[in-house]
Design a protein around this ligand. Sequence first.
Ligand code: SF4
Length: 467
Amino acid sequence: MFAAPRKLSLADWGERHLQLQQAGRREPFYGGPLRRHVELEKDFRLEQLQFDNSPAALRLWNFFLTENSRLHQARTAGDKIVGTMKDLGTVPVMAYALPGVRAFYPDGAWWTPCLMECSDKLLQQAAAMGVDASFCPVRAMLPAFENGEHFPKPELIICSTGAVCDDFSAIAQRLEHRGHPVFWWEIPRRRAPAVGETSCELPGKLLAPRSQVEAVRAELQRVADALGQLAGKSLGDSALTDGIRAANHIRQILADLRQAVYSAPAAPLPALEMLIAEMLAIHFCSDRPEAGLVLGELLAEAQRRMQQNQFVLPPDAVRIFWVNPVADLRAMNLLEDVGGRLCGTDFMFSHALDLIPESLPPLEALARTALADPMVGPASDRAKRIIRECQTYDAEAVVISRIPGASHCAREGESIREMVRQELGIPVVEMEIPPVCDAMLPTMTSRLEALVETARNKAKGLKPNSL
Ligand code: SF4
């Protein structure tokens, strides 16, 4: 069943899947050969990716790639479906505290054009709805809502407003104007407490004025009321406390996985699988118990490989911290093709990785967690955490990937880059990665190769170049 770690193409996975079946591997209900996602869902991008060869990775990919069909099945079985947008991690903890409710992020449709190599035409359809390429790829969710070919139409759409990027604000308002009612809740821009002002500690070593925590707590009470109304059952402190405990269980497994992989002497799991695994934190890929099992199996695989001194990449791979998620998943393979390995990430939802305080009243704990969102505070707060984690995991270089058209990162990348360089003196590169990056591959390859070479020269005490 277990084999020495290596990366497989989609075609190679066909043979490996057969071997696993013959060896008696039992798969969950969403299991099967990965190729079927190309044949049935037109996820053509899978043919260009390299995958980890473990049974745990197979389960992760099948879980990730079946989310839409599992949501449709849940709807058929009578579950209520909530589309929660933008907050990336907080509202789903509340929704999953209610029986028969599933929350997902329609924002996740931004990966559909990549996976389908734009055969879905979502980006063109968005342009026809007045949301063109001057917006980030999240615009794909707008036509996905209307054509019903991807996720099911939610019974309730919940979206945060206030400290939200211009792109998302405009796209969500357009959605509402096109006849999809949105339940708005407000999150203020996080600010440092003034001198003498009562403050609260937030996850991620942050502080916020108590007045802001109170304001968010009141907003989340409205969200809890709306969710309770949808479920026909009130969402009180007891259910929320259980929901927080269950979410923390998953966050703890993910924390252990990140710690194991990013601190290992060589990479026990590839960057691409780590990106997908981290994404499970925000809404459990629409199945909370299963998300815990998927992550638990990945953690066990990483630990097993480390015990046996088996790694998927050579030990001299350069340790790279990656900032921002990539629209094209192929970029994570490329990082490793040029001699890098992942040793830390900030995929814009670090607040969904932190444990939610269990010693506080639940809505206050969730309010503090929501306010710790790296995207609702100053870029300098985000940069400080990146610097801390680069130090923790001995990062030798940083990649800041930009998302085309994204208003959140027009200047943020630059300020993070400057702070990291000043504090750590390690090379940093900032590069844009479109939903299908083939045309950019030569440029991206050269820039990542230069980054790896600069980090290697620095480690040897040679003069760094200008990265
Ligand atoms: S601009 Fe950035 S934060 Fe806003 S929706 Fe796009 S990717 Fe997300």
